[in-house]
Design a protein around this ligand. Structure first.
Ligand code: F6R
Length: 365
């Protein structure tokens, strides 16, 4: 049931405050300000030398954000790969290490094959899945569920932000186990987690601004998305959402890679969506924006109040979201990139719930 929404996708975008809140409350004890996993993991984080994360598409981008969190918060090295490559790569794995699979459906063929490879290599298997009865869930040692509820829109939205929520809780649990996180630091991360549902609701108010920008995007042939740090996976996700829904060619790049090739694409016809919360990478991203502006590129800046005042660039379009702790920025910035892809598709008369050629669950190679 779509309720009052025109598409399931728009309904699911708007559900994110609720489902992210529900997912976090499953893993966080708000009273003590600590993360509290309700399941026993089959390994101890303090004994791991590294963690492998494997997934496809949007779930892979969630895993890529997870890598930044595990490495920064828990000082745990993460190997991450897309499942279709991982399954044939014959990656050497040491017995007793851990592999984490991220999948909304829990049925993705390549992800499942990678899981089976890891099992044969005697890895501990944990999975972040949305469908509790799925094959990946059944074949895992432990399932850390996302509580997004059924996702009907083919393009993943609420499953993505719930995957991020679970991965953040896991990274915090790992940080505590590995002694890289003090009690105060954990409390402050939990405070950021507590603020997230409210920030998502606040951010959803940018919809009209985003819709105006979508009119411009809808006329473009190509779009470039840029971001640094955890905004880099968001740039990849933004480009994927736009291409699958609107069929406009889009590419996501790490902002620092601009000079290594994609800058050649910049001209007056190319919109460049820059994801830049005012975090420690902000200044560097601004200098990349200046490079784009100097070549006539059309910038669409997704930033917060602080970042919008500090950009120093005129003649750019921006979407301003609330200031938030940088750790949860990937969850907050998912909202405008989803809305941008959605509205572009709708303006172009495309079916946002059922993009051509795509299946919700990819059970064959
Ligand atoms: C994009 C999208 C796909 C899926 C991918 C993995 O919007 O939905 O890229 O993320 O096919 O699917 P799951 O998570 O079911 O393994």
């Amino acid at each position: 049931d779509k309720g009052n929404y025109r598409h399931f996708m728009l309904k699911e975008i708007n559900e994110q405050s609720e489902v992210v809140g529900r997912t976090f409350s499953h893993y966080v004890d708000f009273a003590s300000g600590r993360v509290n996993l309700p399941v026993e993991l089959p390994f101890k984080f303090q004994n791991l030398k590294r963690l492998s994360i494997v997934a496809c598409g949007t779930a892979y981008y969630a895993g890529l954000v997870g890598k930044y969190w595990f490495e920064k918060i828990a000082r745990l090295p993460v190997e991450i790969d897309i499942a279709s490559e991982f399954r044939y790569r014959e990656m050497p794995l040491e017995e007793g290490e851990a592999a984490l699979f991220v999948s909304q459906s829990g049925e993705t063929a390549d992800t499942l094959a990678s899981l089976r490879y890891c099992k044969a290599q005697k890895q501990h298997i944990i999975s972040v899945v949305n469908v509790a009865t799925s094959t990946i869930a059944r074949e895992s040692d432990v399932v850390i569920p996302t509580l997004a509820g059924p996702e009907i829109g083919v393009a993943s939205t609420k499953a993505f932000t719930c995957q991020l929520s679970v991965l953040l809780c896991l990274a915090i649990a790992a940080g505590r186990a590995r002694g890289t996180l003090s009690e105060d630091e954990e409390k402050s991360l939990v405070d950021s987690i507590i603020s997230t549902p409210g920030l998502i609701s606040e951010t959803l108010k940018c919809e009209q601004d985003v819709e105006k920008l979508a009119r411009d995007i809808a006329k473009s042939r190509d779009v470039l998305y840029l971001g640094r740090g955890t905004s880099y996976p968001l740039a990849l996700e933004g480009a994927l959402k736009l291409k699958e829904l609107s069929y406009i060619h889009a590419e996501g790049y790490a902002a620092g890679e601009l000079k290594h090739g994609p800058i050649a694409l910049i001209d007056e016809t190319l919109p460049v969506v820059v994801i830049a919360p005012s975090d420690s990478a902000y200044e560097k991203t601004v200098s990349n924006m200046q490079e784009v502006a100097a070549r006539g590129g059309r910038i669409i800046l997704l930033t917060d109040q602080t970042g919008s005042q500090a950009s120093g660039l005129d003649n750019i379009s921006s979407v301003v979201v609330p200031d938030c702790a940088s750790v949860i920025a990937p969850i907050v910035y998912a909202i405008p990139i989803q809305l941008l892809a959605y509205h572009t598709a709708v303006l172009m008369g495309k079916d946002a719930d059922q993009p051509r050629n795509l299946a919700k669950s990819v059970t064959v190679e």
